[in-house]
Design a binder for this molecule. Structure first.
Ligand code: N01
Length: 542
């Protein structure tokens, strides 16, 4: 008998809910978490300014109406410490701690075909067997520091935003270099600029950003939302992005230009990225349509930044709006009006080396006391690649995915029976409200495991045919949009040598859920369920 029914890898939003859901289904579960606390991305990314870009009312679990009613968010967009408090409250409230083991990294998971179990090794040297493995290891867990020559010679401290010292960092009076101007760089920069004597922002690609208009939650608005929260959650589940976004429902190119400007300005004033991208139906599929919103944002940058040569450098041209995550900040562009902030264009003059005293580009040297890297992640596959995962006949997952990740519905991959990926490549995951997508996957996986065990089967495995057909669909949908036009982490472009494969599914949260439900209703179509009596296996489904 296996030690456990299910091993859960990771205790972020996904792992926490997986423990609750699987345990509630009567299974013996244990989650292993490398961090010294739960929270996953919200545990590690404790850099100053870290804040969610999805509203708190949306970025919260819906599985418990009681939890939903009891908890009150203080801000429209929750800051990292509040999200972490929420997750710890969830673990307390549902008594999850006994089934979560902190400070323990899963290093290997090996499928044993004879006994239909996974042997899971952790970095404390212990090996446990489990009938199922649920990979809740996160889409943005494996952080990246660029290989810049000389970094190890730097005399000052350097940090990656995703491994920020929990005690904080005092930049008072220091000359600080910041590399990276994605969602993270844009959030951390104004915080560093507040204390540093000089902040140099090394920008390779200018990014679009819209305001948050963050505010404290109005108690009256909270009360009225809570009165119809169930209904609101249903709208989120059926929506495209996992957040109900009121759009005009019309293509922008058919609108009178003055109406378009009014719509954009209204959304700019109200803040938030999703309402912007959802304003018109053609913004993410038609470049000319997209140009209307791109130019609107560039105009706001030109309005905000006093020095027009700096403003022009901050204006993004390299990709369509939304094809990379639309950043959100109330103070990033205005920060460049401060005399202690300098924008350095490392597209025209690339970084060549770090020296003991600073950073050199092809045209200049910058003396620095500290360096901050907001340089992103080996997304979607990085955390899985770090674990030695071996399926049928010892096949390594990294080997199977040499040409890019392949997973049926983004939730299971052929050759790796009884292993599930929460928000894996090929599912809406990072292109949606993650909490909605996590809940959907965890509930689907729990039901699937229930079906397997209830039917007396020992294993469930995606077929190669179903996986191939789904992968083709994911790519076809992606290439019907503007998303592949950006060199983004969605497509693996940020990691040298990574195959360029568009990983998330853009078909929409609602339609994707329907597809997953249909697969389950059809007896897990595209999966093979087998009873493995050691050498005798009987194929009964698929
Ligand atoms: O990482 P990124 P991130 N030299 O990969 C630059 C989520 N998130 O941590 O664009 C110079 O987006 C790189 O430049 P370029 C969100 O989903 C959410 O910011 O490749 N620069 C880029 O500017 C987000 O999309 C929230 O030319 C180098 C930056 O580093 C995802 O996390 C907050 C370089 C990396 O940007 C990742 O965001 C934060 C080099 N060698 C994050 N290498 C919210 O909820 C890399 N760069 C608000």
């Amino acid at each position: 008998m296996a030690d456990l029914d299910v091993v859960v890898v990771g205790a972020g939003f996904a792992g926490i809910y997986a423990v609750h859901a699987l345990r509630s289904a009567g299974l013996r579960v244990r989650a292993f978490e490398a961090g010294s606390g739960i929270g996953g991305t919200w545990f590690w990314n404790c850099y100053p300014g870290a804040r969610c870009d999805v509203e708190s009312k949306d970025y919260s679990y819906s599985f418990s109406p009681e939890l939903e009613q009891e908890w009150s968010w203080s801000e429209r967009y929750p800051a990292q410490p509040e999200v972490l408090r929420y997750l710890n409250h969830v673990a307390d409230r549902f008594g999850l701690w006994p089934d979560i083991q902190l400070n323990t990294r899963v290093t290997a998971a090996v499928w044993d075909s004879a006994d239909s179990v996974w042997s899971v090794t952790t970095d404390d040297g212990v090996v446990r067997t489990a009938r199922f493995c649920v990979m809740a290891s996160g889409c943005l867990s494996e952080y990246q520091v660029p290989a810049i020559p000389g970094l190890s010679s730097f005399r000052g401290p350097w940090y990656h935003t995703s491994r920020w010292p929990r005690e904080g960092v005092d930049f008072t009076g220091l000359r600080v270099g910041l590399v990276g101007t994605g969602s993270t760089g844009i959030q951390v920069a104004p915080e560093i600029a507040r204390d540093a004597s000089q902040l140099y922002v090394f920008q390779r690609t200018a990014n679009f950003a819209v305001p948050n208009r963050n505010a404290t939650v109005d108690p009256e608005a909270e009360r009225s939302l809570k009165a119809r929260y169930r209904e609101y959650r249903e709208e989120a589940r059926a929506s495209l992005l996992g957040v109900p976004v009121p759009g005009t429902g019309r293509p922008v190119l058919a609108e009178p230009p003055q109406d378009v400007q009014r719509t954009y300005m209204d959304r700019w004033q109200r803040g938030g990225g999703m309402p912007f991208l959802g304003a018109y139906t053609d913004l993410l599929v038609d470049r000319a349509a997209n140009d209307t919103v791109a130019e609107f944002i560039r105009d706001r940058i030109r309005e905000t930044v006093a020095d027009q040569s700096v403003a022009e450098l901050l204006c993004p041209w390299a990709y369509p709006v939304g094809a990379k995550r639309l950043c959100q900040s109330d103070d990033y562009f205005a920060m460049f009006n401060s005399p202690n902030v300098t924008l350095v264009d490392v597209r025209s003059s690339p970084i060549t080396e770090v020296t003991p005293d600073g950073l050199r580009t092809s045209s200049e040297f910058y003396a620095l006391d500290a360096l901050v890297f907001a340089t992103g992640f080996d997304a979607m596959t990085g955390a899985l690649a770090r674990i030695d995962i071996r399926g049928v006949d010892g096949l390594a997952l990294t080997e199977k995915w040499t040409a890019g990740p392949r997973a049926y519905l983004g939730v299971a991959t052929a050759g790796f029976p009884n292993m599930f990926l929460v928000t894996g490549p090929g599912s809406p995951s990072v292109l949606s409200n993650m909490v909605v997508s996590i809940e959907q996957h965890v509930e689907w996986i729990t039901a699937c495991i229930g079906h397997v065990l209830g039917g007396g089967y020992t294993q469930v495995e995606a077929t190669a045919e179903a996986e191939k057909a789904w992968g083709e669909h994911v790519i076809e949908v992606a290439y019907s949009t503007l998303f592949p036009m950006a060199d983004s982490w969605y497509i693996g472009a940020n990691i040298p040598g990574k195959p360029r494969v568009f990983a998330p599914y853009i078909g929409g949260v609602g339609p994707y859920r329907e597809r997953c439900d249909a697969v389950a209703s059809a007896g897990y179509e595209g999966f093979v369920l087998t009873v493995s009596l050691r050498f005798l296996s009987r194929e009964v489904g698929g």
